[in-house]
Design a protein around this ligand. Structure first.
Ligand SMILES: Cc1ncc(COP(=O)(O)O)c(C=O)c1O
Length: 459
């Protein structure tokens, strides 16, 4: 029997998160007056202990015992050598994946849902609101709130709500309350429905609804939580890359290539940031965020200041953006239908530390099915994007006759995404690539905003 799974002992779980803000230069988020926002301005939306983390530039941040205790339900997660996939591709590349699908909700999302719920609880908050695209984030936050005795309200993008009804039941099992977005419960939702009663919804609209629902609670005991994009979310996700690094050390390996799918950037950043640290300090390594050709934020949109949500409730963030009014086509990977991108990931793409790639839907499901038939786990449609690039790079290694080490993030399983697989098997998955016209239509929404500077982090 081969040593397929590289495991850490329970007490080898990382005790600190890695904060990339210690190692990169960033444009600040801006308020409505065009000036950098102060932490106080975020206080109605987030608890102050998380705001402090959001702006911290300390390189290592301790993980409290109470958080480790819940994370240890499924962490450390396995690093797996994908022997069967390598064989099927007949590649000299050695392929490893971090298996984040083993968490109770089925993805990497609880890595940050648990700390976020914990810090809200410590701050005295009783109820958290959020949005969800694929449903993974809403499930993760419901799971986390359940552990700390908090109420959880989830606005789920309509198209995903209709595609995967069991996500709602999963959230309910952990005590979460999920409604489709746009809803009639908020002004942002009502405005979106007035504009288009048949809208499939977007993450941008759902974020606006969740922020509005949090801020509108006069008791002051509700806050909003975001499952990606923000600095503290990326921070919490670094447990993935920190574990992976230790696991690779155990088998004397270091990756030539690191790959993760990117919606708001969190699972990619979680795996990639500890390796980005090495690259900033001189290591040669290729690091690729992968996105759908149908929502090509990093590969086709510009690096600008834009809002993170449709109703413009968030500050202006320095990021790649398709425009906060952009409605991505209803691709099946709901978690990748986002107009923007984490500012930290955007910064590192802008300065060439990361090189963004895009893949078409048909290729993603072909790679997902190959991975399911070889490695056994049915990947989430989002993970299939990472897999499509893994297959491409493994084939390239074969053509070049190079023994490359490829590391990627298996961000979630697809057991509640089987409708998408059914569509693929029935030949109903279309390759969506957006025309220049589709892309340029929404540019005007940020045309008058300040422009971020092109900063360099490399010493
Ligand atoms: C399984 C899975 N992978 C990836 C993503 C993309 O999000 P992010 O880019 O923040 O990791 C999602 C989002 O819902 C997801 O559910």
């Amino acid at each position: 029997m081969r040593n397929r799974q590289i495991l850490l002992k329970p007490d080898e779980i990382p005790r600190q998160w890695y904060n990339i803000l210690a190692d990169i230069k960033m444009n600040p988020p801006l308020g409505p007056d065009g000036k950098p926002i102060s932490p106080d301005q975020l206080a109605p939306v987030f608890p102050m202990n998380l705001i402090e983390q959001e702006v911290s530039t300390k390189r290592w941040i301790d993980i409290p015992e109470e958080i480790l205790d819940v994370l240890s339900i499924w962490h450390p997660t396995p690093l797996v050598r994908a022997y069967n996939l390598e064989k099927a591709l007949d590649t000299p590349a050695r392929i490893y994946f971090k298996n984040e699908s083993v968490s109770p909700p089925g993805s990497h999302k609880p890595n940050t849902a648990v700390p976020q719920a914990y810090y809200n609880k410590v701050f005295g908050i009783k109820r958290i609101t959020t949005e969800t695209g694929a449903g993974q984030w809403g499930s993760a936050l419901s799971f986390a709130c359940c552990h700390y005795g908090l109420e959880c309200k989830v606005f789920m993008v309509r198209i995903s709500f209709d595609q995967k009804p069991y996500r709602k039941s999963m959230m309910a099992a952990w005590g979460g309350n999920c409604v489709p977005s746009p809803s009639m419960e908020t002004k942002a939702g009502r405005d979106a429905l007035e504009l288009d009663p048949d809208t499939p919804g977007t993450l941008g609209i759902a974020i606006s609804e969740a922020i509005e629902a949090a801020v509108a609670d006069e008791s002051g005991l509700t806050r909003y939580s975001l499952g990606s994009v923000l600095n503290h979310v990326m921070l919490h996700q670094t447990i993935i890359g920190l574990e992976a690094k230790r696991q690779l050390e155990k088998v004397n390996e270091y990756p030539d290539i690191v790959i993760g799918c990117a919606g708001g950037g969190s699972n990619f950043a979680g795996l990639a940031f500890p390796f980005a640290y090495d690259k900033i300090h001189g290591k040669k390594i290729e690091i690729y965020p992968v996105e759908p050709a149908g929502c090509p934020t990093l590969t086709k949109a510009p690096f600008v200041y834009d809002h993170g949500d449709t109703a413009k409730y968030t500050p202006l963030l320095p990021m790649y953006s398709l425009g906060h009014t952009f409605v991505p086509p209803p691709v099946h990977s709901g978690g990748l239908r986002y107009h923007g991108m984490a500012p930290t990931v955007s910064q590192l793409v802008d300065e060439g530390i990361f090189e963004a790639r895009s893949v078409t839907q048909g290729n993603t499901y072909a790679a997902g099915v190959l991975a399911a038939r070889t490695e056994g786990i049915i990947p989430a449609p989002e993970t299939c994007h990472a897999l499509a690039l893994v297959v491409e790079e493994a084939k390239k290694a074969k053509e070049e006759g190079k023994e490359k080490v490829i590391l990627f993030n298996w961000s979630g399983h697809g057991l509640l995404d089987l409708g998408a697989y059914e569509a693929y098997f029935a030949g109903n998955i279309k390759d969506i690539e957006l025309s220049e016209q589709d892309l340029h239509g929404s540019e005007k929404v940020y045309a008058d905003y300040p422009k971020p500077q092109h900063l360099k982090s490399r010493p």
